[in-house]
Design a protein around this ligand. Structure first.
Ligand code: SF4
Length: 291
């Protein structure tokens, strides 16, 4: 069996072969997330991983991109990760990039040398779910780290020379903390200064712990236009060197693409126009949104 359970990957890995080296997410506690709630975290054995690589090889030896799943694949021991990377580059002659999901705690658990070694052996991109830069929100959604730890994890990846892609979740503070979420998240992202930034918009499945707070009325979901307003505030407060921004995930109401800071004014103008229209016509309908 190549895959266990449902597989997730970032939008930018849509053309990649997914190699599942872990099952589930080691943290698996975030109150808004149901992605891996049906899986118990485990790292696949070397034998299992080698068998999967052999199967994938028989299907597509011309692969140029491979993504290492599941949710927190960077938790795998560095020596085993290096072995996997070496095997991939030896067997896929056209391979150009290998991406991986990295949880902040597991990034921090690796030394800078380990991260640099992973880059030397061909790991190219780490995806870090920042979600929010607001301390209270990170605590209430049980992300498991503080804003300072999130910054340290992101900066550690950057300093190792690996490309870093961060994601943030629009609406994660609800209506009560929308402004604070926007401003503090911009502050944390600015401190990390990632190469790529992706915005998702909060969607809560009925089985997610956060759904209970919504049902009880203690957490108010943002309206589509409030989401765009929050994103506008975030973009306005971002201070990054050179960052490719995308909101092309299916959860978003408005797909946007820009390079920051160069395109900031144009991006803000687009958001102002859509918000000013007070019309939902340009937005993705609720029934087309997805996780
Ligand atoms: S959001 Fe990420 S870290 Fe949190 S439970 Fe889901 S997969 Fe794990």
């Amino acid at each position: 069996m190549i895959y266990e359970g449902k597989i997730y990957r970032p939008p930018s890995e849509a053309k990649s072969i997914i190699l599942q080296i872990t099952v589930g997410c080691q943290h698996n506690a975030c109150t808004f997330c149901t992605m891996y709630k049906d899986k118990s975290f485990r790292i696949k054995s070397r034998t299992e991983i080698n068998a999967i690589i052999t199967t994938i090889l028989a299907q597509d030896s011309d692969a140029e991109r491979i993504f290492l799943a599941d949710g927190d694949a960077i938790a795998v021991d560095t020596l085993l990760l290096i072995e996997i990377l070496d095997r991939l580059y030896e067997n896929f002659p056209r391979l150009k990039r290998v991406g991986i999901y990295g949880g902040p705690k597991d990034i921090l658990a690796k030394s800078s040398k380990e991260l640099a070694d992973l880059k030397i052996h061909g790991l190219t991109m780490v995806y870090l779910g920042v979600e929010s830069g607001h301390a209270g929100i990170l605590t209430s959604v049980a992300k498991g780290v503080t804003p300072d730890q999130m910054i340290a994890a992101g900066q550690k990846v950057r300093e190792s020379g690996l490309a870093l892609s961060c994601t943030v979740i629009i609406g994660l503070g609800g209506q009560a903390l929308s402004q604070e979420h926007a401003i503090d998240t911009a502050r944390v992202i600015s401190a990390i200064d990632p190469h790529y930034l992706g915005a998702l918009t909060l969607m809560v499945e009925p089985s997610a712990p956060l759904a209970k707070a919504i049902k009880e009325g203690t957490f108010q979901i943002l309206t589509p236009l409030e989401c765009l307003g929050e994103l506008r505030t975030m973009i306005k407060h971002l201070n990054v060197t050179h960052c490719v921004f995308r909101s092309n995930h299916a959860s978003n109401y408005l797909p946007l693409r820009a390079t920051l800071p160069e395109d900031r004014d144009e991006l803000l103008e687009t958001l102002d126009n859509v918000i000013g229209d007070q019309s939902l016509e340009r937005l993705r309908p609720e029934y087309w949104r997805g996780l």
